[in-house]
Each structure stands twice: as C-alpha cells, then as structure tokens.
Design a protein around this ligand. Structure first.
Ligand SMILES: CC(C)(COP(=O)(O)OP(=O)(O)OC[C@H]1O[C@@H](n2cnc3c(N)ncnc32)[C@H](O)[C@@H]1OP(=O)(O)O)[C@@H](O)C(=O)NCCC(=O)NCCS
Length: 136
C-alpha cells in the first residue's frame, strides 16, 4: 500500500470510493468540487492505494490559520489494518510542515466507530462549541 496525493484522473474513483467507505454516503459531493480542491492544493487529498485501488482517503487542508481534516475513510474490507492511522500521521506531518499547531475534524456525534479511531490518534471531542453553518 502507498500513500499518494490524488490527481484529477482519480476524481471519479474517489467519488465512488466515498460512496462505499465514507460516513454520510448521501452527501452531495460533486466532481467539480474535488477537482477544485486538487487545483487549489494538489497535496491536500491523500489516498491510500493498494493494487491500484483506493482503500483510504483523507483531506488535510491548511488554510493558513487552521488545519482541518475531512473525508477520513477506509474501505470496509480494509479497516483495522492501520491504514487510517497512517493517513492521519501523514496529514499531521504535512500540517507540522506548515507550522500548524492544532488539527481538527467534524465528527458526527453518533459515529462511534470514528470516535475510536480519532481517540486512538489523540483527538478529543470539544464539547463547549458547535459548528455554525450557512449554505452559500
Ligand atoms: C474511521 C476509519 C477511517 C478508521 O480507519 P481504520 O483504517 O480502520 O483505522 P486503523 O486501523 O488505523 O485504527 C487505528 C486505531 O483506531 C482504533 N479503532 C479503529 N477502528 C476501531 C473500531 N471499530 N473499534 C475500536 N477501535 C477502533 C483502534 O485503537 C485502532 O488501533 P488498533 O487496531 O491497533 O487497535 C474507518 O473506520 C472508516 O472508514 N469508517 C467509516 C467512515 C468514517 O466514519 N470516517 C470518519 C469520519 S469523521
């Protein structure tokens, strides 16, 4: 298995992968959105690839101020093999390279599966605030 940055050629496969591996598979990710991410920050979307197939993903976005993690997902058949931990370690290394001091992720309250993985990597829930959102 290797970790590598996604390219524009990967976009359809990434979207198909998220449909089976990511939480909230009903979300409306679109090819243009993934392509825009790759164009803006070519190393942000990291893929774990084995035998030419995507088995894991993580977006490690640095906006100049904070370090944000999205689309943390491992193929259902490949979980508990350390792939998620490797993706997180690589993302944190990237953030350190930018001088980032704290990484965060949006995690659904009832996604207990993910809670285990985040906690194992040293992340803790911040209960004194909520995300405030507005669709643009
Ligand atoms: C969360 C997810 C990405 C973790 O990926 P993974 O490759 O299975 O994680 P790892 O194998 O690296 O696990 C690292 C550690 O996390 C903990 N962990 C992971 N899954 C666990 C589980 N189901 N139960 C208990 N602990 C778990 C363990 O401590 C594990 O270390 P160990 O296997 O040595 O005990 C994967 O479960 C997944 O894709 N879930 C669905 C999508 C999702 O919910 N993503 C998170 C969105 S916020």
């Amino acid at each position: 298995m290797i970790l590598r940055a996604a390219t524009l050629d990967d976009v359809p496969a990434v979207l198909a992968f998220w449909k089976i591996a990511a939480e909230d598979t009903n979300r409306s990710d679109i090819p243009e959105g993934v392509a825009a991410l790759i164009a803006r920050d070519p190393a942000a979307l990291q893929l774990a690839v084995a035998d030419g197939e995507i088995v894991g993903s993580l977006i490690a976005g640095f906006d100049g101020w904070r370090c944000h993690l999205y689309r943390f997902a491992v193929h259902p058949d490949r979980r508990r093999q350390g792939i998620g931990a490797q993706l997180l370690a690589a993302a944190e290394e990237r953030f350190r390279g930018f001088g980032g001091r704290r990484a965060d992720a949006m995690v659904l309250n009832d996604n207990t599966l993910a809670h285990h993985a985040w906690a194992a990597a040293g992340y803790a829930s911040q209960d004194d605030c909520h995300r405030w959102v507005k669709s643009l």
